[in-house]
Design a binder for this molecule. Structure first.
Ligand code: ADP
Ligand code: ZN
Length: 604
């Protein structure tokens, strides 16, 4: 079979996505291959298609049990025999799986890195034909990555023990150059193919909001989107508990996940979410690594995360099926303080010496600063993220809250001058809020304590709201006229090297729009032009089948496929096979039931 035939037969797709073909071709030429693609871009197919074409067995190293289970489930549903070997198996199950694998039952075997050194696994690996060794989440091998896993270093020894070197393929969504170079070096790749596709996820809508009442915003948003699945990330367990409790109280189908729950409860809650029994998940960042639920329609951040890397990774769990999805960050000044606290009190790096530790902290502070800028920029949010990862892009995407908001240009020269004047005059540095209060003429304790009421600018901006003063200050920080220092307490300083270029024109969202920056994006025809009621019936049928098959609904067919069915209303096998996501194997298993439902629906 050709790669196209495999794509159609097992996965139900007719065309490859960007980068997939090149990566597959490279593997088929027996070249070591590294693919860096964003979450949801379709990395799995890049090694699964060649795995079917190659003669022997493909071993896939993967760090996460949940991810393996999902992938193996999806492969078996698609008609490709696969299994996993990890610590969730009893030793009996493990031996049985190995035996079946030895007999050639599986084309693809997922294995946890810790297993590579176990004796029975090694014995197995030495007696089979390993055609490819694929390393998923390959950035885990680098100490510079965010998720370094020492067990990944075992991969190298393992490869060296094999009688014949298999083709090595490695995949990750991590962008930075350092990590990529580390991967190549540690894995000792020589003549290899490296393909980095763009990081943009054009189906994701990005927004930053600053509601006074965060919970009120979340409640309304979730209610307005009640039929959809979504994730709400919070910074702390306490926030998770509270948000979850309050959403439950208004009768929404929500569950929760954080490190303080028992293993059992976490597992249960995760399954409730994956099976859409409770399609709304409130969680800390402990949740999500490797969860490939493709129909997540929104990711809300109740708190600002600590850096853009984490934000993009978490937000990227939305819309993995390629359908439109929304990523909304709720920003509040307190979030900066919470994150600063986390950075200063980070105990994860206990084994580092104090110098390195300080270096790590400095990096973390820098990252936090850039995250804060994201929340305060008036420019295109997508551009900001892509630039952060070193990609050039246009300054207008048309699908983020800033591109969708009408701004008024305001001349803030005078305010800017007064702010700079005030900061220059202060003998030492203060936080933004203190400066804003001084300018506004506040009688707050902190102003009196430091005699700031004696500053000649005290009260100069009496008629300007504190919020607006802060807005202008944030703007000056973005423009580099002011900067935030990296000390334990963030203080704002004047940049001696930068003169204030006049006039200072700043884009400000009109009052009304600030309150009402609701999602106004125009929907694409394929998102709206399908029969909604039929879609609901198809979903019900899918749920029924998913229970019978013991696999999550989105592994049976994803939402995009169901919407396509509800639009094209196929009557025959041939017509149904044309729908993206319907492969032959799945058609054989479930096709007739869907066709029957559609026919019945049409008759009514
Ligand atoms: P990644 O591992 O890169 O995050 P996945 O491999 O999980 O992404 O793929 C994300 C989604 O895209 C899956 O639902 C997958 O079926 C779908 N997909 C992958 N390749 C294609 C393709 N060529 N055409 C249509 N959909 C695809
Ligand atoms: Zn934009």
């Amino acid at each position: 079979m050709t790669k196209q035939e495999i794509l159609k037969k097992y996965f139900g797709y007719s065309t490859f996505r960007k980068g997939q073909e090149e990566l597959i071709d490279s593997i088929m030429q027996r070249k070591d291959t590294v693919g860096v693609m964003p979450t949801g871009a379709g990395k799995s197919i890049c090694y699964q298609v060649p795995a079917v074409m190659l003669e022997g067995i493909t071993l896939v190293i993967s760090p996460l049990i949940s991810l393996m289970k999902d992938q193996v489930g999806a492969l078996n549903q698609a008609g490709i025999r696969a299994a996993y070997l990890n610590s969730s198996l009893t030793s009996g199950q493990f031996r049985k799986a190995l035996q079946l694998a030895r007999e050639g039952t599986y084309k693809i075997v997922y294995v946890a890195p810790e297993r590579l050194e176990s004796e029975d696994f090694l014995d197995f690996a030495l007696h089979i034909n390993v055609s490819m060794l694929c390393i998923d989440e390959a950035h885990c091998i680098s100490q510079w990555g965010q998720d370094f896993r020492p067990s990944y270093l075992k991969i190298v020894h393992f490869i060296e023990k094999l009688p014949q070197k298999p083709v090595i393929s490695a995949f990750t969504a991590t962008a930075t150059k350092t990590v990529r170079e580390d991967m190549v070096r540690i894995l000792k790749l020589q003549e290899y193919t490296l393909l980095v596709t763009g990081f943009d996820r054009s189906n994701l809508y990005f927004a930053v909001k600053k509601p006074k009442n965060k919970f009120g915003f979340v409640e309304k948003y979730v209610e307005d989107n009640w039929e959809k699945s979504g994730v709400i990330y919070c910074a702390t367990r306490k926030n998770v508990e509270e948000v979850c409790y309050r959403l439950q109280a208004v009768g929404l189908p929500v569950t929760k996940y954080h490190a303080g729950l028992s293993d059992e409860e976490r597992k249960l809650n995760q399954e409730d979410f994956i099976y859409d029994r409770k399609p709304i998940m409130v969680a800390t960042n402990a949740f999500g690594m490797g969860i490939d639920k493709s129909n997540v329609r929104y990711v809300l951040h109740y708190n600002m995360p600590k850096n853009i890397e984490s934000y993009y990774q978490e937000a990227g769990r939305a819309g993995r099926d390629g359908e439109a999805a929304e990523c909304i960050l709720l920003y509040g000044g307190q979030d900066v303080i919470t994150n600063q606290f986390f950075i200063e009190n980070n105990r994860d790096n206990g084994e580092l010496d104090s110098e390195t530790l300080e270096l790590v902290k400095q990096q973390d502070r820098q990252r936090l600063k850039k995250m804060t800028f994201y929340c305060n920029t008036n420019g295109c949010l997508r551009e900001y993220i892509l630039n952060y990862f070193g990609e050039v892009s246009s300054n207008y995407c048309g699908n983020c809250s800033n591109c969708m908001t009408e701004f008024e240009e305001a001349d803030v020269t005078e305010i800017a001058e007064i702010i700079v004047g005030c900061i220059k005059e202060c003998g030492r540095s203060y936080g933004m809020n203190t400066i804003a209060q001084t300018l506004h003429g506040s009688s707050a304790d902190i102003v009196k304590r430091y005699n700031l009421n004696e500053n000649s600018c005290y009260g100069s901006l009496k008629n300007v709201s504190i919020t607006h003063i802060r807005q202008v200050m944030n703007y000056l920080v973005l423009e580099n006229v002011l900067y935030l220092s990296d000390n334990e307490y963030t203080v704002v300083k004047w940049n001696h090297e930068k003169v204030l270029r006049k006039p200072v024109i700043m884009k400000i969202a009109t009052e009304k729009e600030q309150e009402d920056r609701r999602v106004k994006r125009k929907l694409q025809p394929e998102e709206t032009e399908y029969d909604f009621q039929l879609f609901e019936f198809l979903r019900e049928l899918r749920l029924e089948i998913s229970k019978e098959a013991g696999a999550p609904p989105y592994i049976i067919f994803n939402d995009k496929t169901l919407k396509n069915l509800a639009r094209s209303l196929p009557e025959t096998k041939e017509q149904m096979l044309e729908v993206p996501g319907v492969g032959e194997v799945k058609f054989r298993r479930y096709g007739q039931r869907f066709l029957a439902l559609i026919a019945e629906y049409k008759r009514r």
